[in-house]
Design a binder for this molecule. Sequence first.
Ligand SMILES: NC(=O)C1=CN([C@@H]2O[C@H](COP(=O)(O)OP(=O)(O)OC[C@H]3O[C@@H](n4cnc5c(N)ncnc54)[C@H](OP(=O)(O)O)[C@@H]3O)[C@@H](O)[C@H]2O)C=CC1
Ligand SMILES: CC(C)(CO)C(=O)C(=O)O
Length: 306
Amino acid sequence: MRILVVGAGATGGFFGGRLAQAGRDVTFLVREKRGETLKKSGLNIHTPQGITCVQPKLVLASELKDTFDVVILTVKGFSLEAVMEEFAPAVGEQTLILPVLNGMHHLEKIQQRFGKHRAIGGLCRINATLDAEGQVHQMTALDELIYGEVDGERSERIVKLDDLLQNAGFTARLSRHIVSEMWEKWLFLASVGGITCLMRGNMGQVSRAAGGPAFISAFVEEVVAIVVAGGYRERPHVKLNTIKELTNENSTQTTSMYRDMTQGLPVEAEQILGSLVSIAEKAGLNTPLVNAAYTHMSVYQENIRK
Ligand SMILES: NC(=O)C1=CN([C@@H]2O[C@H](COP(=O)(O)OP(=O)(O)OC[C@H]3O[C@@H](n4cnc5c(N)ncnc54)[C@H](OP(=O)(O)O)[C@@H]3O)[C@@H](O)[C@H]2O)C=CC1
Ligand SMILES: CC(C)(CO)C(=O)C(=O)O
């Protein structure tokens, strides 16, 4: 099966690189500058176990002609609209599109652009980043890629995809509840992202600060109320476990949004926080903490554009 990994950044470089190393037929859709770097230096992946290097197969949007069996979509949410037009020639009648983006609304956008049946649900759990040379760093042992049909069916095509992704050097899991898992991932990520960006420190630092635990609990309560209004069917232990995990004073947890912010890079403020604020507004919820986090990141975005 031919796999097109759209984007060769932190997540695309890691999961796509691992798949290529495991012998799968992987091509990366890249822009010119990233392509030049990868041609010159290869795709270097630093993991807690050591460094590996793959010579990746690359394609530019202008060269895309054939369709692929699987498209793994690994761009940031703010690049989605543009990139969908660019990888459109790769999408045929049988192509599956697996997005790893944070948030929920990208799924609807992919379905609108390519048809409901083309997209499956997906998410990844990893702490990955690119360094100044464009090399991929997997910063912790976390390496999960989770996917499933939106309606939970164990279809022939999803089982085939599962076979393709298993035993490729990361933790791959087929989920029968992927939409629910995506909501829960967003709940967690938006909470950690909003809290760490607003407070400018990791979760342990916020937990140890005066008023920190109460702030964390109140923030998570707001996020949970919003995602429930958005369609998430709440599992009660999730909120309690999230608050417990996020108030651990020893936690060094941050998020990709926090890492991007500390490096002065664009962040997914709209996709991770703005979309929550929109749901809250529509549902008439009072969510001052989430709103404050969104406003804060919107000011940050304006500053880095200057
Ligand atoms: N990093 C992490 O630890 C985690 C990230 N996520 C989520 O995964 C998603 C991807 O994040 P991440 O991998 O960190 O992002 P990165 O910024 O590291 O990588 C995104 C890549 O997409 C590429 N890209 C953008 N537009 C195009 C285009 N038109 N054509 C080809 N390539 C393009 C960029 O290439 P270029 O160099 O040309 O700009 C960049 O290399 C996000 O939604 C994020 O929230 C989820 C879990 C963990
Ligand atoms: C949940 C977490 C922190 C790890 O996968 C993440 O998704 C991110 O950093 O974007």
